[in-house]
Design a protein around this ligand. Sequence first.
Ligand code: F6R
Length: 608
Amino acid sequence: MCGIVGYIGTEQAAPILLDGLDKLEYRGYDSAGMAVYDGEKLQYAKARGRLKILRELTHDGAKLPGVCGIGHTRWATHGVPSDKNAHPHFNEAESIAVVHNGIIENYLKLKKMLAGKGYKFASETDTEVIAHLLDYYYKGDPMEAITKMMHRVEGSYALGILFRDHPGELYAVRKDSPLIAGRSAHGCLIASDVPAILKYTRDVYFIQNEEIVRMTDQELAFFTIDQDPIEKQATTIEWDVSAAEKAGYEHFMLKEIYEQPRAVLDTLNPRIREDRIEIEELGMTDEEIRAVKRLYIVACGSAYHTGVTAKYVFEGLARIPVEVDLASEFRYRNPILDEGTMVIVVSQSGETADTLAALRMAKEAGVRVLGIVNVVGSSIAREADNVMYTWAGPEIAVATTKAYSTQLIAEYLLAMRFAKARGTVTEEELAGMLLDLRRLPQQIELLLDHKEKLQRFANRYVAAKDVFFIGRGLDYAISLEGSLKLKEISYIHSEAYAAGELKHGTISLIEDGTLVAAVLTQEDLYKKTISNMVEVKTRGAFLLAVTNEGNTAVEKAADYVIYIPQTNKYFTNSLAVIPLQLFGYYVALGKGCDVDKPRNLAKSVTVE
Ligand code: F6R
């Protein structure tokens, strides 16, 4: 996720761009840059680090004079955060400047094609291919170059584009990444999100997929990919700026919960090629995969919970022994790290001290380490032998939601890749699983549609003292996450138990009305878990069940049932987590807690 802005008008562009970028920094903040047409050339400045560095570098924009420009705040995807990888990117003659939010999936292929034609690349980004591709197609008509480029690139993009030789124009296009445009008394603007331009206009045009915007200082025109003009109606924005930064959501956590379908898709797409899984960044041949005899998955908190899920998936699918470890335990327990061992560390921030220490320990023992990481260029990403990025985008709420969901996806893909190499699943089974994976974003969206139902239910539990989450197998793994989500933001004590274990002590805590949330997504274990539900029900518990559509038998034991759509048995956690996240969120909201910044917690735990 990155943020883009653009301005053309009668005012100085750079201060307006800096102002807009400031409102978009929530989308990424590892580097920033601007390009402004100074009457002769496209002048630019870019810098690694927060926006304030770009401000200082340009003396608050004064060093980039001109009335037309584009700007970018970056959250690195391809290429580490650095001055060189910061946007804007240019063609060699620096006559075309581009800022980009999104991921160009076929950039390697395009890069190869362009390199073959003599194009030289100055960065490691996917974006740079767009600047060169526009150069390749540009024969004096920007619209022609842009539409030809759009036909060649695959993936998602919102782009701001300047052509030095068309100084009175600014172009923007969109596919699967947000883009808006607006007109003020002093010019026209584009941005990734409303708050960036709200100071200048409340009338906003929402750009749809494969639409092109052409702006001059007075005119805002919209076109299809076939260059046909489009009539567009502006929408008047009623929210204030601070609410709009959360895109209208009350909290970042809710916004991030809603971003999960997109995050899941972004993590899946680059690894699926023509119905095959390709994880280039794993850097392992089939033979090397087969040589792995044991896997350790090491992480903390929610990332550890995804590891618990992954253990069931890897063992079930790839028939390889997996140990899941809390990083803080792993690093001090002298684990057996011999030949044939591989370690997978999982981390959203890529900076968690214990996980980083576990990685270093494994590397010192000479064991291959794969990092599943969300923040590009973070310590874990830099130090792991190989990195598989989760494309969740920046996560701001302290309680993880979308990073958790994308970690699951990365682990499913890996387990399937291992299973294929080890010959433990058939091509047919893998094809069926891929279909189910691709359905997940839509199914998550369906579950999100029921948020009001969850809110009403959650409101009944704002005064709860204890809550228990129970499940067996994969359902135990999701219970761990459901319980953590609730307690960390609502401060209600909760525990997750393997459903069969409760009666070995903890059942003594069940009182009249205690909420027990049972998760039942594994068909072969339905009956067993229902028996455990009955055990607590007869002791007074109120039973919430989260189960697969069609499992109506659960209604005999449960007081309240939430159904999730059918999917492959290994992927159910990706769906069951949605109502559990919403439940935690709405209980905390009902209690008036600081949802995004719960007490005593930090987003990145860099101490052990
Ligand atoms: C809980 C949560 C934490 C993190 C844990 C690991 O909602 O966010 O439990 O999962 O602190 O952090 P990362 O993934 O950054 O290593």
